[in-house]
Every structure is written in structure tokens, then in C-alpha cells.
Design a protein around this ligand. Structure first.
Ligand code: AVJ
Length: 321
């Protein structure tokens, strides 16, 4: 019998890229979009006219900040824990309002990147001095574990931007179960979710005219070229988003325009592509009240309120345990 020693990898990134490109159909995880260049491109995406999500959520927070504040605040004060804080542009609407209302609260932004947390803390110190900021570096799950035993004050967990959309149904349930298990009965979970809508509008959001989203998708190949010494030719791949109005699933692919072989030297790997073979790179799930209710049910959460923009393009939900 010939046993092949399974390859060993230096990093999770290397292992995931290897597995994603040696299985059929090929896939890569969207969590690897966000290197330095990827962060910049996503910032640009949030300003694109086609990418309605950011503006819609911004307008919901702006319009309903009073009601949101009344739901969040409590006699003993509260801790606002934000998963994936980013530049905090949307959160600052709430923070500014809470400060003006003289609510007693602390802000605990959670991010994997120390750099993001440093920048956010610095900008808050300048724009909203007086807010108690306690950055938490780490993976969501680790930080949630760390905060579970903390029961002195009400916890409000924020998860904005429809980041839930990047998870498969199964992953979303497991993630929400984790959130639920870290909550006590008075705690709240506040989540943004992009909604089902005219399919053309969804498709346009992931296929902007200026090609920023295409560059964002292809940046994953640039990252593999740089970090794993590979030779992907970006022009030999098409950015291809699709949207299924029944499941609400938007998916993005990179499609090989021709038969080609790509060398990934650090992985000791040659990847063969047939002409028009795809790499699945992202899910951006769109929800509606029915699918949100199902998700809540599966994960042991109750949806107690929702806020939406005038066209129901985006919704923010409040859940309790
Ligand atoms: C950051 C996950 C909300 O799926 O809409 C934007 C990322 N991908 N354009 C999304 C993204 C392509 C975005 N999320």
C-alpha cells in the first residue's frame, strides 16, 4: 500500500487554500479577502452607488437611534460589545447619541486585528472623548467565551453590516447558538441583515460598473500570489456574481477563462483549471422575516423588534434569549 504523507502547513491560510483548490468544486473562503489591500477595497465598496447596504443601515441607525437607545439602556448601565467593529462609522451614530443622553455604558469593540482596534480607539478618543472604550483583540468566539461569565451589567452584542450573510445556513446557526450561549436573559443581540429584494438590485451591488468588487474578489488571488509564491494571472479569471431569489443566496465566483495551470510554490502545488471552471469565493445571504425567524428558532433566540428603512432593503433586528 502506498501511503502518502499528508502535507503540513505553516498557517491556517496555507492549509485552507490547499484544501480549497484541491477539492472539486474549488472554493476559497471570503474571510481571506481582508488583507491590507482588501480592507481598502472594502472601504471603497461601502461608498459605491450600487452597494446600498451601508447607506441603508446608516439611515436606519440614524432614524431609530432614540428607540434603539431606550431598548439598550438599563438602570445598572450596559456593555456594548461590537463584533467586527471596523472603522466604526455606523456605530458612532449610536455612540454619539448614547453619550448625549448620558447613558452609563462601556464600548467593547472586538476585532481580530490589533491595527483596526488601535485606529478605532484613536478616532473615538478624538471624536467622542468621554466614552469608555475597552478594545478586545481576538476571535469572536474567544472573546464571547471571555465575556460570558461577566454578569454585572447588561450586555448588548452588536453585529452590523450583514456580516451574518457571509455564513452558510449551518454556520449561521452555530454562530448564533454561540451568541445565545454567552447571553443571560436580560442581554440583547442587535444584528443587521440585508433583505431579499429586486434581484437586479442585489446583483448590481456585487457587480459594480467601476469594477471595484471584481478587484476585491480577485485580490484573493493577488494575496495567494504574494503570500504563497503563486502565479495566478488575474486577467485569466472572470468575476462572476449570481443571485438566487428563492434561497436569497448571492454567491461570487472567479471563473477561469481558459484551461490553465497555476503554480503555488509554497504549497508545492500545481492547480489545474479546465476552461470555465469556477472557484466559489463568497456567500452574501439575503434574509427576510421568515428566514430570520427560522434562524432565531434554531439558535434559541427570540426576535423582539426590528427596524427597517422605508423600502425594506435592510433590517436591524433585536434578539433576546
Ligand atoms: C462585509 C460581508 C457584508 O457580503 O455584502 C461586499 C462583503 N463582498 N462586496 C457583503 C462584500 C462583496 C459584504 N459583507
Amino acid at each position: 500500500m502506498n501511503k502518502i504523507k499528508p502535507p503540513e502547513f505553516d498557517t491556517q491560510f496555507a492549509a485552507d487554500i490547499f484544501h480549497g483548490l484541491t477539492t472539486y468544486p474549488k472554493s476559497l473562503s471570503s474571510k481571506y479577502f481582508y488583507d491590507k489591500r482588501g480592507d481598502e477595497l472594502f472601504q471603497q465598496i461601502m461608498h459605491l452607488p450600487e452597494y446600498y447596504l451601508t447607506g441603508k443601515e446608516f439611515s436606519i441607525l440614524q432614524e431609530y437611534k432614540e428607540q434603539i437607545g431606550l431598548a439598550f439602556t438599563s438602570d445598572k448601565g450596559f456593555d456594548l460589545i461590537e463584533l467586527g467593529a471596523g472603522d466604526g462609522k455606523k456605530t458612532k451614530i449610536l455612540l454619539r447619541h448614547f453619550l448625549e443622553e448620558k447613558f452609563s455604558f462601556r464600548y467593547l469593540p472586538v476585532d481580530i486585528s490589533d491595527n483596526v482596534l488601535l485606529q478605532l480607539s484613536a478616532s473615538l478618543k478624538e471624536e467622542l472623548p468621554g466614552i469608555a472604550v475597552e478594545p478586545q483583540q481576538g476571535m469572536y468566539r474567544e472573546v464571547l467565551d471571555r465575556l460570558t461569565d461577566y454578569k454585572e451589567r447588561k450586555k448588548v452584542i452588536l453585529f452590523l453590516g450583514s456580516n451574518i450573510g457571509n455564513l452558510s445556513q449551518e454556520e449561521a446557526v452555530s454562530f448564533l447558538k454561540k451568541i445565545s450561549s454567552s447571553m443571560s436573559s436580560e442581554d440583547l443581540f442587535f444584528m443587521g441583515a440585508d433583505q431579499k429584494k429586486n434581484p437586479q438590485k442585489v446583483l448590481d451591488a456585487y457587480n459594480d460598473k467601476t469594477g471595484v468588487t471584481a478587484a476585491f474578489n480577485k485580490n484573493l488571488l493577488t494575496r495567494i500570489n504574494r503570500e504563497l509564491d503563486a502565479n495566478f494571472d488575474l486577467d485569466a479569471f472572470l468575476h462572476w456574481p449570481v443571485y438566487d431569489p428563492e434561497t436569497g443566496m448571492a454567491k461570487s465566483f472567479l471563473v477561469s477563462k481558459k484551461a490553465q495551470t497555476v503554480q503555488i510554490n509554497s504549497l508545492n502545488l500545481e492547480v489545474e483549471f479546465a476552461a470555465w471552471e469556477s472557484i466559489h469565493t463568497e456567500i452574501s445571504q439575503k434574509y427576510d422575516d421568515t428566514s430570520i425567524a427560522w434562524l432565531a428558532e434554531e439558535s434559541g433566540l427570540k426576535m423582539i423588534r426590528s427596524f427597517s428603512d422605508s423600502e425594506n432593503n435592510f433590517k436591524n433586528y433585536i434578539f433576546q434569549k
